[in-house]
Design a protein around this ligand. Structure first.
Ligand SMILES: NC(=O)c1ccc[n+]([C@@H]2O[C@H](COP(=O)([O-])OP(=O)(O)OC[C@H]3O[C@@H](n4cnc5c(N)ncnc54)[C@H](O)[C@@H]3O)[C@@H](O)[C@H]2O)c1
Length: 284
């Protein structure tokens, strides 16, 4: 039996077909085509099966979200399928999964390239979300203004040459992750200008601790520290991908039509606990 999945040809592009990403697209993809991009064939197969069995039309593409050409090809593929109404970028690696250079290349520079590439193909009325992290609010000291400005406006091709991203300036994966996620929050300010010319909006969401395979890698490595942090937060529990999807659904909808170039922190109050001294965190 052949189902008629969708009657228009609008496209929802998801880069990073993991837990949060699939939870988000489920909210917005009825009657549209989902294009999934991920470096992992396994992740693509699992996400496409789950979404197809839930009644969505799905295409897949192997993409390396740290590679400019691969990202550009993904954006072009999305545009070839129809008007690109939504772009969600959840491709990322966490501190305990990899080395600092890879985190900078993927979470920071790759995300910047993705904002550029989709900024050239978004349809009028479209919207995007880049998933940052609450860790973007956890820098050991505020970045100097000139560094914030450089991370915001430097052309993506020149980001790698910034002193603040050199091997010496980024000594470990924890700092690389925090810096990359702060850069994500800054970078959507620049992207909002380019996307705005096309009549599209772009924002970041900064999740707190959300149970996904990536978070499990962090729990397993960090152990008790994580537990204490969770207990100190106002909601005293971890979040789940559906709670991030609710925030994304709002930001992607017309109800958020005046919101672009900004960040929404969705962390169960964890940053409130840290900034008020209820929980002390040591980051190098
Ligand atoms: N889970 C949390 O607690 C948490 C908290 C804050 C922020 N985040 C961020 O949320 C985003 C989504 O993570 P998640 O928790 O849903 O994890 P996840 O592991 O379910 O999803 C991440 C996906 O990114 C893909 N990916 C990794 N490297 C890639 C590459 N080079 N090219 C293309 N795809 C690649 C992975 O294969 C995976 O499918 C990440 O950016 C992460 O840093 C997660």
């Amino acid at each position: 039996m052949i189902f008629n999945y969708n009657q228009n040809n609008e496209v929802v592009a998801l880069l990073g077909a993991g837990s949060m990403g699939t939870a988000i697209v489920e909210r917005i993809a009825a009657n549209r085509t989902i294009l999934l991009g991920d470096i992992s064939e396994k992740a693509l197969a699992a996400a496409s099966e789950k979404l197809r069995f839930s009644g969505y039309a799905v295409e897949t593409m192997k993409v390396d979200a740290s590679d400019k050409n691969s990202i550009e090809a993904f954006a072009q593929k999305a545009a070839s399928l129809g008007p690109v109404m939504y772009f969600i970028n959840t491709a990322g690696a966490s501190p305990h999964q990899t080395d600092p250079a890879h985190i900078i290349n993927l979470d920071l520079i790759g995300s910047a390239y993705a904002l550029d590439s989709f900024g050239k193909v978004m349809a009028r009325g479209g919207a995007g979300i880049l998933i940052s992290s609450m860790t973007g609010y956890m820098l050991p000291a505020p970045l100097p203004q000139e560094v914030e400005t450089a991370l915001t406006v430097t052309e993506s091709d020149k980001l790698a040459a910034l002193d603040c991203l050199s091997d010496t300036a980024v000594p470990n994966s924890g700092y690389a992750y925090v810096l990359a996620k702060r850069a994500n929050q800054l970078r959507v300010r620049k992207a909002a200008i380019d996307w705005g010319r096309r009549g599209a909006r772009i924002n970041t969401i900064s999740p707190g601790i959300v149970v996904t395979p990536l978070a499990y890698d962090e729990f397993n490595a960090a152990g008790e520290g994580y537990q204490k942090m969770i207990e100190a937060s106002p909601v005293q529990r971890v979040g789940n991908p559906a709670e991030i999807a609710s925030a994304a659904e709002f930001l992607l909808s017309d109800k958020a039509s005046f919101i672009t170039g900004t960040d929404l922190l969705v962390d169960g109050g964890m940053i409130a606990a840290i900034k008020t001294g209820k929980y002390n965190i040591q980051l190098s």
